[in-house]
Design a protein around this ligand. Sequence first.
Ligand SMILES: [Zn+2]
Length: 256
Amino acid sequence: MITDTHSHLFWKDFDVDRAEVLARARANGVERMLVVGTDVTTSEAAWDLCQDEPGLYPTAGIHPHDALSIDEVGATDRIEELCRRDGCVAVGETGLDFFKEYSPREAQERAFRWHLQLARELSKPVIIHCREAHEATLAAVREFPGVRGVMHCYTMGPTELGHYLAAGLYISFSGIVTFPKSEDIRAAAIEVPLERLLVETDCPFLAPQGFRGKRNEPAYTRVVLEHIAEARGLEPVELAQVTSRNASELFGLEGR
Ligand SMILES: [Zn+2]
């Protein structure tokens, strides 16, 4: 069994054929998918989507791109209420994106810390997005010792890796690791201790090599998994088991 630890299946791109997308995922062994909220509306949509579908698990949070929306009336109450629900498996996604900087850094930093605090308070893992913000991300994480979570869509190299591992975080790789130019990321994917490794799509974005430029979907988690397995000299089935077990442990999912 493969677990896609980061999908945005509520996205409008999936409205036309969501049932087929899920069927293709399962046909490829991707039986479990986290559906990651990015603001109040999509966190509610993620929750709703997961209610009638086995193997789908919702999260709730405000993406750094939308960090300013944390100031909207009722936003934090709404996210917190969703995160407190038993079925909600993680807080986020949150984090820092100084590359696109769609929200001011100050708002991103504030929203990130709010999520870290909530995750620790609820003893739920936090899903962290980090782009061109390594130092600031690490500084914030260190302010919340004991917080559990994952560096999602890891796009840094082995140099930065040790700091996140030392902070106790899991490391998740998306289709970016399959790109020929991603040598540094691949090196990190080889170095992560097996018990901290996760895989994801981040769909509908970031389709892996062979599907680039197309809509990404959970079935392609298999491509990411096979790529890392080959780089590490492991059988894909072995890596599927390990990463699914890791996902079960971090997010408290049922099954292995
Ligand atoms: Zn995402």
